[in-house]
Ligand binder design. Structure first.
Ligand code: NZQ
Ligand code: ZN
Length: 387
């Protein structure tokens, strides 16, 4: 296990009707709030009205930015920054899925910066300050509710890039599983894949002596695998939605990467695909991850064997290590198929036309990943396997 520092300042309100705290929590950070929402789901469900009502009860001045896109756009983040600067906003409140939260984080950082907020994503500047952020999450997937990451797409340059900063952790996040009841089946599936992908990125590592981190990771995976068919069959099953929601938060809040080198090559590749084709993040991951696994497993076959046995219950008798590892990877693919996730780029009508470009962009800063350091050619090979 490597040395590490861990600090996660986000206060979580989890469970039924925890939204009742939104007014009092928000009021702790000032008088003027910018409420950020997506394409309308929170208005249709009534959640938006409830939040506004609770903010009004605290006498807060409310401004609104709606219309944050899935794969949130830099242009939308800039609109929010403009409102914050003009109206002297004290706190931003994001109500929605990961895209709304990520856009709100960009707004919080940009509101305290004189330059172009894209500088942070392009790594030309480091975030030194940000407005406080509160969130009411409506979709289990990204972990953005309890981490300091924001992923934004610059549509002009076709770049989708993430930035991480201690300043971007939400001050509080409200997680009520009932708000995830209305998430459509496809988005539920993408969320499930994303949660599992976050665990994979941190689990498949060469760092020795991480039994606790590994077994917590395996528990998250097993819980998601067990609960996924229930939420897909019965979207309003509170207990199953709660379990998936908690799994999503725990998968990317710093819990399972303590003292470990992590990978993130598959996310880097997926971001290049989304940046050009605007496909859902979880859909891209479902296609790429099993192929990444096939491409890299020989770098540490023991780890893949452990995964196959502990997560999928693969039996070992009479099988080689290679066969066991392979079976684990096949089970992953089969599981994604069983919940209706896409399997090839063809499912999104993506051909080989941009593979070279995506490989070049993914490796613009050098190799990606750590489990196997992927070169431009490696990325090309993996993306070709996805066709
Ligand atoms: O826009 P609205 O109308 O709200 O509809 C959304 C959107 O169409 C809908 N939705 C959300 N909650 C709903 C709902 N529909 C009905 N009922 C509800 N309760 O779902 C659609 C997708 O929403 P989005 O926020 O885009 O999904 P998700 O939470 O999966 O976020 C994906 C984004 O997060 C980034 C991804 O790259 C992608 O841009 N990521 C962020 C990370 C982070 N901050 O740590 C890490 C991840 O790896 C990921 O890269
Ligand atoms: Zn992800």
């Amino acid at each position: 296990m490597n040395n590490f520092v861990f600090q996660n300042p986000t206060k979580i309100f989890f469970g039924k009707d925890q939204v009742q705290n939104v007014g009092t929590e928000t009021a702790k950070y000032g008088k003027t709030v910018l409420v950020v929402t997506g394409g309308g789901s929170v208005k249709r469900s009534g959640l938006f009205d409830r939040v506004i009502d609770l903010l009004n009860k605290e006498g807060l001045t409310i401004h609104e930015l709606s219309g944050v896109e899935p794969n949130p756009r830099l242009s939308t983040v800039k609109k929010g920054i403009e409102i914050c600067k003009k109206e002297n906003v004290d706190i931003v409140l994001a109500v929605g899925g990961g895209s709304v939260l990520d856009a709100a984080k960009g707004i919080c950082a940009g509101a305290k910066y004189d330059g172009d907020v894209w500088d942070f994503y392009a790594k030309k500047a480091t975030i030194q300050d940000a407005l406080p952020l509160g969130t009411v999450l409506t979709l289990a997937a990204t972990g953005s509710e309890m981490n300091g990451n924001s992923v934004v797409t610059n549509w002009e340059t076709k770049e989708k890039i993430g930035v991480g900063s201690p300043y971007l952790y939400p001050k509080f996040s409200i997680l009520d599983p009932t708000y995830t009841f209305t998430v459509p089946k496809d988005q539920t599936v993408y969320g499930i894949v994303d949660i599992m992908a976050h665990v994979f990125e941190q689990y498949f590592s060469h760092t020795p002596n991480t039994p606790l981190q590994d077994q917590i990771s395996e528990s998250i995976l097993r819980t998601v695998i067990e609960q996924a068919p229930i939420v897909i069959e019965k979207p309003d099953d509170y207990d199953a939605r709660a379990n998936i929601l908690l799994a999503g938060t725990m998968a990317l809040n710093g819990l399972i990467n303590m003292g470990k080198q992590t990978d993130w090559a598959t996310h880097a590749m997926e971001h290049e695909v989304s940046a050009i084709y605007d496909i859902p993040h979880g859909g891209g991951l479902a296609i790429i991850f099993p192929n990444w696994m096939k491409y890299v497993y020989e770098e540490n076959i023991e780890k893949f064997k452990q995964y196959a046995i502990r997560v999928w219950g693969v039996t070992t008798e009479g099988k080689t290590d290679q066969e066991i590892a392979h079976e684990g990877i096949e089970k992953t693919r089969e599981f994604f198929n069983s919940i209706g996730a896409p399997a090839t780029f063809g499912d999104y009508n993506i051909g080989d036309e941009n593979i070279e470009l995506m490989a070049k962009k993914a490796t613009r800063g050098g190799t990606i990943g750590n489990f196997k350091k992927l070169t431009e050619d490696d990325v090309k090979n993996i993306l070709t396997m996805c066709l």
